[in-house]
Design a protein around this ligand. Structure first.
Ligand code: KPL
Length: 315
């Protein structure tokens, strides 16, 4: 009998749960690891409750852990889905026996610098970075709603395609999820970053749905200015950005019109946001390149002020 492909999902937020559930349905041996005890207990006791795109609900039995536990065998894939600021801390929760010589790590997190953090900790040859256009929302402990379909792209940041990458593609495809290996993954990570640069802070600060960024003129102007600044930084970093990038970001705002952006959800729940890996990363790289990015600087400081006001800043 074929041994099942082993996946450890680190960070059982909405996307971690959705992907973990799909992989388990496709026959993979999946474990979800998360520090939220209530969520982990709910999944252990009742299984993961998934609301499908068509509204159907199903319960998927899943193994969930809230702390470091020795696995029976190393994972083939460790999928890192924690918030960008928690990447290094999350790896401390991974038992050393879960990492074998063939294990690959895949980061599909928001923002810049996540795969680099992983590469520093486990070595660049074991790390894949990517972006996904799948959408999901966590509705409560043990409950996730699939909100939208879209492709997933991943690749090595530098160097050749690792031998295990083919197995990761097979995993996604068996789970019915469109996935592609890309040599130019940095450009795609930047394209996703530009979307988050233009939408997330504006929606979080103004308490508006994504669609309002395209509809309301002042929000649209803020979004466009932040994206233009970040595009100049990308180009200075040697990243090719599509010409009509502002329009592309506004199209995403329209396509996800009713969504609450992840940063708005964080702010409205009193949680720490990923501002540091999004507009904050643009500010740091701009400094390195000698570029002025006043809109990104202001959005960053405003979101940080909001986080301080409810005590959601980093411990
Ligand atoms: O990625 C997103 C996020 O909220 O972080 C967008 C694309 C803006 C969708 O809400």
């Amino acid at each position: 009998m074929e041994t099942p492909y082993r996946v450890l999902v680190v960070g059982a937020g909405a996307m971690g749960c959705l992907l973990g559930a799909r992989f388990a349905q496709a026959g993979a041996d999946v474990r979800l690891l998360d520090v939220d005890e209530a969520h982990v207990t709910a999944i252990r006791e009742r299984g993961l409750e998934l609301e499908e795109l068509n509204g159907d609900r199903r319960t998927i039995p899943m193994r969930a852990l809230s702390k470091r536990e020795p696995p029976e065998a190393p994972a083939d894939l460790i999928l890192v889905m924690v918030k960008s600021y928690a990447t290094a801390r999350a790896l401390d929760l991974v038992h050393p026996d879960a990492v074998g010589s063939e294990t690959l790590f895949l980061s599909l997190q928001n923002g810049l610098g996540n795969a680099e953090t992983l590469a520093d900790l486990v070595g660049p040859a074991k790390v894949l970075a990517g972006v996904t256009a799948q959408g999901a929302t966590r509705e409560g402990p043990g409950r996730v709603r699939h909100g939208g379909q879209g492709p997933t792209y991943f690749g090595a940041l530098d160097g050749p395609q690792p031998p295990g990458a083919h197995g990761v593609l097979t995993l996604f495809r068996r789970a019915g999820l469109e996935a592609h290996y890309r040599q130019d993954i940095r450009s795609l990570i930047w394209e996703k970053l530009l979307v988050n640069v233009g939408i997330n802070a504006v929606t979080a600060l103004c308490g508006i749905p994504n669609g309002a960024v395209a509809e309301l003129e002042p929000a649209r102007e803020l979004c466009a200015a932040a994206v233009r600044e970040a595009t100049a930084v990308a180009e200075a970093e040697g990243i090719a950005v599509p010409e009509d990038v502002v329009q592309k970001v506004l199209n995403v705002a329209q396509a996800t019109a009713a969504n609450r952006s992840s940063m708005r959800q964080d702010v409205e729940s009193g949680r720490r946001t990923e501002i540091d890996a999004i507009n904050g990363a643009v500010v740091r790289l701009a400094e390195r390149q000698g570029l002025a990015v006043p809109v990104n600087w202001t959005l960053t400081r405003l979101v940080e002020t909001k986080e301080r006001s409810y005590g959601g800043e980093s411990p």
